[in-house]
Design a protein around this ligand. Structure first.
Ligand SMILES: Cc1cc2nc3c(=O)[nH]c(=O)nc-3n(C[C@H](O)[C@H](O)[C@H](O)COP(=O)(O)OP(=O)(O)OC[C@H]3O[C@@H](n4cnc5c(N)ncnc54)[C@H](O)[C@@H]3O)c2cc1C
Length: 410
């Protein structure tokens, strides 16, 4: 263990996990988190669910008590934006002029929600990423009764479900013919659209915003591409994120497409690591480079980076995993497939208790389950086995899929 001072840029899921995991592994050098955020690290998934609905309050949203940072000797510096630096000189420059030295650097800067170029900059038009964003949308939903959601991805869908639970009218406008089709395939996307519709959300697919109507500095409605005019009190634009690559770019880290190219152990160069939403990771089990925007993955990246710093290089092998809770439906997903992969269904689609296995070249690449955690875990093991499976057996509910999982080699 040679590093003396680890500096982590980003106080989100990956950065915070890296800091605490370093201590857990006995690292006794300095640990510094530089975070642009105004708040100490928090559990982002709550922001579209329990927190926005007012079911949990602030202390519960934070990942750690404030005192835990000092107890673990983690120097947490909030509202500190890194704007550049030099890897050769092992130094970072801060907005406002300061500098911070490091021996080992971790970059985990997450992403920024995209905005629609023609959306007005009004006080009732929001995006959702930070705790403050969630608080603002939550307050706005207390005052308004009609929510217009632009985008039917996970964040839009979760906020839509939350708003319905709060008794709000929800109009969801989605440009694609089917929500979530690119990631999960059209058939699963249709299931999602019908779940929202059955809970009273007005889902309009193949539809975009043609005109925005404002009055007194706020948006009061829109005209849609089908010519219909709709009123709105609160607008949330949820059309995905752009990974925050300014710091990696300024430091000259290798960027490929929309991510920072790391190796299997999330290392970018000697003593430089990258994790979370910005990392393009050659996954050793999936044998494919992937960049994923999921909470558990970010936390696991943080822990993996800490393992490499504290105890030597270690490939990160765990399969990507995410969940999404909407209404009383719990979706879980393991692996990494595309909506275009061959989908094998198993179970009760109408009763919302099913699994979908995504196959490419005979191998299972991803598994989605609705309201069936156990099957999701077994699906993960089948992905890890990387063996061709008989589709008929997968689809047949009388097959105990755990019998298809090969025994671990001694
Ligand atoms: C509302 C919401 C709900 C979600 N729900 C789920 C869910 O249910 N399941 C799921 O799997 N995933 C969910 N996600 C996605 C998940 O939260 C992200 O994938 C995860 O937070 C990524 O972690 P990260 O550490 O890479 O980035 P982040 O958590 O975004 O952290 C990035 C950090 O970097 C800081 N930063 C950025 N630039 C700089 C700079 N220049 N200098 C210093 N600091 C900087 C930011 O302030 C922030 O602290 C959700 C996301 C949101 C927004």
């Amino acid at each position: 263990m040679t590093a003396k001072r680890v500096v982590i840029v980003g106080g989100g899921g990956a950065g915070d996990a890296a800091a605490f995991a370093l201590r857990k592994r006995g690292f006794d050098g300095e640990v510094v988190i530089l975070s642009a955020d105004r708040d100490r690290p928090y559990d982002r998934p709550y922001l579209s669910k329990e927190f926005i609905r007012g079911e949990i309050e602030l202390p519960k949203v934070f990942l750690h008590e404030e005192a835990e940072y000092s107890k673990e000797k983690i120097e947490l510096r909030l509202q500190e934006s890194v704007v550049g630096g030099s890897l050769a000189d092992r130094i970072l420059s801060l907005q406002g002029g300061g500098e911070v030295k490091f021996d080992t650097l971790v970059v985990a800067t997450g992403g920024t929600p995209r905005r629609l170029p023609d959306a007005p900059d009004s006080y009732n038009v929001f995006t959702l990423r930070s705790l403050r964003d969630s608080q603002t949308v939550r307050d706005a939903l207390k005052r308004g009764s009609r929510l217009l959601l632009v985008g039917a991805g996970f964040i839009g869908a979760e906020v839509g479900a939350s708003a319905r639970k709060l008794g709000k009218e929800v109009l969801m406008v989605e440009a694609a013919p089917v929500p979530l089709a690119r990631a999960l395939g059209s058939e699963v996307g249709e299931v999602y659209a019908s779940i929202h519709r059955s809970h009273g959300v007005d889902v309009r697919t193949s539809t975009t915003i043609k005109d925005w109507h404002s009055y007194g500095g706020r948006v009061v409605g829109v005209t849609l591409s089908d010519g219909r005019r709709e009123e709105a009190d609160v607008v949330l634009i949820a059309i995905g994120i752009d990974p925050n690559l300014d710091v990696p770019r300024a430091l000259g880290l290798p960027i490929e497409g929309t991510g920072v190219r790391v190796d299997e152990g999330l290392r970018v160069a000697d003593d430089v690591y990258c994790g979370g939403d910005i990392a393009l990771h050659p996954h050793p089990v999936l044998q494919q480079s992937i960049r994923v925007e999921h909470w558990e993955v970010a936390k696991h990246h943080g822990r993996g980076i800490a393992a490499s710093i504290a105890s030597g290089y270690a490939p990160v092998t765990r399969l990507p995993y995410f969940w999404s809770d909407q209404y009383d439906v719990s979706l879980e997903y393991r692996g990494h497939a595309s909506g275009d992969d061959r989908a094998v269904w198993r179970g009760d689609k109408a009763g919302l208790h099913f699994a979908v296995f995504y196959l490419r070249e005979g191998l299972i690449r991803g598994v989605l389950t609705m309201n069936d955690s156990k099957l999701n875990e077994i699906g993960g093991k089948l992905i890890e086995a990387r063996r061709p499976v008989d589709e008929k057996l997968l689809a047949d509910v009388s097959t105990d899929l755990s019998t298809l999982v090969p025994a671990p080699t001694p």
